[in-house]
Design a protein around this ligand. Structure first.
Ligand SMILES: CC(C)(COP(=O)(O)OP(=O)(O)OC[C@H]1O[C@@H](n2cnc3c(N)ncnc32)[C@H](O)[C@@H]1OP(=O)(O)O)[C@@H](O)C(=O)NCCC(=O)NCCS
Length: 172
């Protein structure tokens, strides 16, 4: 059975190791440490299948958009992929997202640098894609960004409609 273990001081170093194995070019140390120290709402998790850690997952939102949960650092370790576990972990995260009051799940995806199978994985799991190009968010104008979205309820999912995600500021 798939379950979530929230990040805490005891599992922080291990969680960073798992995150680095899944996303070798990114380092979540700063973000994870802030979460664990309570500087932000901590909705970041290790994902377990029984006693085995199989990946990481997380949820966050941007500014005042409190009904739109964004996937953060969601991934399955290479040796556990293509077994349906990612889809199960995503469904478990949906439950957490509903408990937190989100109505929609979103993913910001860089089509140039993102993991090639991830877009297919999200589409198979009910997400639909729109391009993200916001004039006030300069990096988005490269045309490399997509937002994938899914309703957490049985209702049509409003598109993100190019609202500013402030990716340019985050990159500084
Ligand atoms: C994307 C990821 C989470 C998928 O996890 P997973 O456990 O392998 O996913 P599942 O086994 O549930 O896959 C379900 C379906 O998604 C699609 N899919 C998954 N990985 C795929 C890939 N590499 N290429 C093409 N389709 C893929 C397939 O249709 C698959 O069904 P199938 O195996 O019966 O063909 C995993 O590959 C990963 O962690 N990648 C690196 C991190 C990442 O990109 N994270 C962002 C995710 S939003």
């Amino acid at each position: 059975m798939i379950k979530h273990i929230k990040l805490n001081q005891d599992n922080l170093a291990f969680a960073i190791e798992v995150q680095r194995e899944i996303f070798p070019y990114d380092d979540a140390t700063k973000k994870y440490t802030e979460m664990v120290n309570g500087e932000n709402d901590n909705n970041y998790f290790l994902v377990y299948n029984g006693d085995e850690c199989i990946g990481v997952s997380g949820l966050a939102h941007y500014g005042a958009d409190v009904e739109d949960g964004f996937l953060g650092w969601f991934g399955i370790l290479p040796k556990y992929r293509r077994l349906g576990l990612g889809s199960e972990a995503l469904r478990l995260l949906d439950e957490t997202a509903r408990d937190l009051g989100y109505r929609r799940m979103r993913v910001i995806f860089n089509t140039e640098t993102g993991f090639p199978g991830a877009k297919t994985f999200l589409k198979v799991n009910g997400y639909t894609a729109e391009s993200y190009q916001c004039p006030r968010d300069r990096v988005s104008l490269s045309g490399n960004y997509a937002i994938l979205s899914r309703s957490l309820y049985n209702e049509p999912c409003e598109p993100w409609n190019n609202r500013n995600l402030h990716l340019t500021e985050e990159e500084k």
